[in-house]
Design a protein around this ligand. Sequence first.
Ligand code: PEP
Ligand code: MN
Length: 359
Amino acid sequence: MQFNALHTWLPAVAEPLLIAGPCGAETHEQVMQTAALLAATGRVSLFRAGVWKPRTRPNAFEGKGEEALRWLQDVKRTHGLKITVEVANAQHTELALKYGVDVLWIGARTTVNPFSVQEIADALQGVNIPVMVKNPIHADLQLWIGAIERIYNTGIHNIAAIHRGFYPDSKSRYRNKPLWQLPIELRTLFPDLPIICDPSHISGNRELIPQVAQKALDLGMNGLMIESHVNPAEALSDAQQQLTPDQLNELVSKLIIRSSHTSNHELIDKLAELRKIIDELDDELMNVLKKRIQIIEQIGTYKKEHNITIFQLQRWQEILRTRGQWADKLGLSRQHVEKICQLLHEESIRVQNSLMNNG
Ligand code: PEP
Ligand code: MN
């Protein structure tokens, strides 16, 4: 897949590229007031608002549908802002096209379902409208890519991915865990696919949004989608995470825009020097890993000869405990060291299992 650069279909009126607007379009007044204040900041390149809201339980605010599309037309007419809405099926898509929506987005709950994504793709046959695809709710990169492919296969190459975080499988300070490694992997696989970060749905509360937004920019993401409501306290959905246009303006003005390249030769040389040391350290690490595996194999051979199980709970607990202590002593992150131990242990089990059971 080859994607068109973001600036060719969504030029940024300011840096960073900002998509903003309320979670949901609730009333004509709320939409117009929010849009007026956002337009006045001069920072917003695309106005967002959900007109069909996917809700976990029925009887919550499910959006105003077609009526709200007219309000968004008003935003476009009055403030010259481009508009985007979430579509989850063919009917949404047809209505959005009918009302002149500029960019469509596919929500996290829709990306998980290939039937729905294909239905949207089919409704877009022969239409050239940009589409932004949010990551699926769970951390399945292939499913995210699959949804992007379904849109791409209709001939649409104006596509962006939106990183909105992943349902937390354990307690987390985030509403949706960012798992930054996933968008990084997506970037590695498709370097020209624009990726926009949605810090609002990652954070789930106003306090975390600035740090998530800054990190997204520091990882080279191409823009931000942030929810903003004229009166967040009264919002009918996602009240905790919405910012007033003023708060949004202040937050964005404090973000630091860093460049991915430098032409400062002193800096380039210094980086090269330090990276050389990293190369040497990684080489050392590999050699240690190799030695470690050789010992693991010896242990496996003894276990096999003496009919002892591969997994030894006490030893594993001891490893976790002692390595945790060593990490503390060295000022390393315990979590990081624990993850590495898990990986080492997994590999040890794999190696010993193959030694014991595959001849
Ligand atoms: C939204 O953007 O308001 C929304 C419903 O997001 P998500 O699909 O990421 O949950
Ligand atoms: Mn929302």
